[in-house]
Design a protein. Structure first.
Length: 570
């Protein structure tokens, strides 16, 4: 073999320990790199020069062992330690830590790559990206914010741009009703004087409004535009039990009738004409043409009509013939339709009956924001001015506890508004009791609808679901971060920027939602490097010592060569 073999053996030792020092140096250089995985240089011996393979024992000898001289060492592999690093809290909702062995899925050009580095952020296009600007992939959502798990797509978090509204589906009301008040027995009745037709005869519901006159021959509506054959806006501000309600407006023109005018007033007052009561709620036109309006029972439903309540000059005079009575309470609350528009719902409850160890209250619902299309009226509506949105009953036992409920599923029509129609929601009345209090009281304490709101923040749950938080209190699912796992992590090909690529020996990526064998996510934390500094320094000392020892072998071999060269001179 000669001295040349010793040189090549020593050189292999230099090379392999130099590789080890390179690996250790890379580990130490990345001690602060997020989610860095330390590597280890694994030595294997080189081939052997076999002088003898040995022999078996016989009668004269005990046998001989093989005689082999090794030819040094080489790097068998550089293996990556994929054990998770420790988490460190950052407080940033965009930072994610994987509690398990999964990898984030990243889009780089047309290639999917993988990383453990969860230091994400959003860019100017609202994309969730890595620190290098690469898109983070996951499951997106449809227009209704439902997760679409058929394919992975770049995730978007449009803070400051996305706006949503939520229609009311449930409202909660609390309060106490007084069953020892007076039972409601009569409604309000307001009437006009006789109304006639210009040219003679009493007015009817079908009489054109422009032809209706009051006593003395003056027109009921004295607006010059209207009387000249044009159209104008009639606005009426209803008054009920001392409350001034929201003004209501409709267009009157040459085809408007006295019945249209009366329906508009009745609807604006929120008179529920579907309640069985005596006299019947609504309006009538008498034989002399006089209008008569009958309201609902309960003192809170009492109303008055004055000429000054209209924006247009008129000569009609209303006279109160009867005032509503009975224990009653009024309250209102705001719900929201699918566009986030406010929908005011007004509630009036009155004591309808008393029995043995039982009391019953009738509840009437109305909304000044109900919108009906005259050309497409829903079933049960006779005109487009009806503001009633239902009625129900609350029955209580002798302890004041609520026993039976009817009519608490409300329907408010929103035709011709662009919103979903009707708005349907349930009023939870379980918080109402009936006790001997000084006065009844009711209040809606909460409801789940919201006005339009802007996305202001988000968080990522352990399952990767991105939940957007809006400034109106609503929350929506914006997507889901996915993770990938491989059958052999050590087979991945390491790239720059903390990335990995699928390798020939890694197996195919299995991409799924967190929690399905790939680990879960911790929001607001990052993974530290798993480089062990102390162990690295010990390994560095060992590798440098081995490097020095192999260099010494080369120096010794050189001296032997020199001795051989000097032999002819001796």
């Amino acid at each position: 073999m000669g001295l040349g073999s010793a040189l090549s053996t020593a050189v292999s030792g230099l090379n392999v320990n130099q590789n080890a020092i390179d690996v250790i140096g890379n580990n130490l250089a990345n001690v602060n790199t997020t989610a860095f995985k330390a590597s280890r240089n694994e030595f294997i011996n080189n081939f052997y020069n076999t002088i003898s393979v040995g022999s078996t024992p016989d009668a004269n000898t005990a046998g001989k062992n093989p005689v082999q001289i090794g030819q040094g060492s080489t790097t068998g592999s550089v293996s990556v330690d994929f054990r998770p690093g420790a988490p460190t809290q950052t407080g940033l909702s965009s930072d994610l830590f994987i509690q398990g062995n999964g990898f984030f899925v990243i889009q780089r050009g047309n290639e999917q790559v993988f990383t453990r580095d969860g230091a994400f952020r959003t860019n100017s296009n609202a994309d969730l990206v890595t620190a290098q600007g690469l898109n983070v992939l996951g499951f997106g959502v449809d227009d209704d914010f439902n997760l679409q798990q058929a394919a992975v797509v770049p995730l978007k978090i449009p803070i400051g741009n996305l706006q949503v509204a939520q229609s009311t589906s449930r409202a909660f009301i609390d309060g106490t009703l007084n069953p020892q008040g007076n039972i409601a027995t009569q409604p309000t009745i307001e009437t006009t004087g006789p109304l006639s037709i210009s040219g003679g005869g009493s007015a009817t519901a079908g009489t054109l409004l422009r032809n209706v006159e009051v006593a003395g021959g003056n027109p009921l509506i004295s607006d010059t535009t209207f009387q000249g054959g044009g159209t104008t806006q009639l606005t009426y501000t209803p008054r009920k039990a001392g409350r001034v309600l929201a003004p209501q407006t409709f267009t009157i023109g040459p085809a408007t009738t006295l019945g249209d005018f009366a329906n508009f007033i009745s609807g604006s007052l929120g008179i529920n004409k579907n309640i069985t009561q005596s006299p019947t709620a609504g309006f009538t036109v008498g034989s002399n043409g006089a209008l008569s309006f009958t309201g609902n029972l309960g003192s809170a439903s009492d109303f008055s009509i004055q000429s000054s309540d209209f924006n247009i000059n008129n000569n009609v005079v209303f006279t109160k013939q009867q005032q509503a009575d009975g224990e009653s309470i009024f309250t209102q609350f705001t719900a929201y339709d699918s566009l986030g528009s406010e929908v005011v719902v007004q509630l009036t409850a009155y004591l309808e009956s008393l029995g043995t160890e039982e009391s019953r209250f009738r509840v009437l619902f109305e909304s000044p924001n109900q919108k009906l299309d005259a050309a497409n009226l829903p079933t049960g509506f006779a005109d487009a001015f009806d503001r009633s949105v239902g009625s129900g009953t609350l029955s209580f036992n002798a302890l004041g506890q609520l026993e039976t409920v009817t009519g608490n599923d409300l329907t408010v029509y929103r035709q011709l508004t662009g919103a979903s129609s009707p708005l349907e929601f349930q009023l939870d009345v379980s918080g109402i009791s009936a006790l001997a209090v000084d006065r009844s009281s009711l209040a809606v304490v909460s409801q789940d609808g919201t006005p339009p709101g802007t996305l202001v923040d988000y968080n990522v749950g352990p399952n990767g679901v991105i939940q957007g938080v809006f400034d109106n209190g609503a929350s929506r699912t914006l997507g889901q971060v996915v993770l990938a796992r491989f059958s052999n992590n050590s087979g991945l090909v390491s790239l720059d920027n903390n990335l990995y690529r699928q390798g020939p020996n890694s197996g195919l990526p299995f991409i799924t939602a967190p929690g399905n064998g790939v680990g879960t996510l911790l929001n607001g934390a990052l993974e530290l490097s798993n480089t062990d500094v102390a162990t690295s320094f010990v390994s560095l000392l060992t590798a440098s010592t081995a490097f020095s020892a192999n260099s010494r072998v080369i120096a010794t071999t050189q001296e032997l060569f020199q001795t051989l060269l000097n032999l002819p001179r001796s």
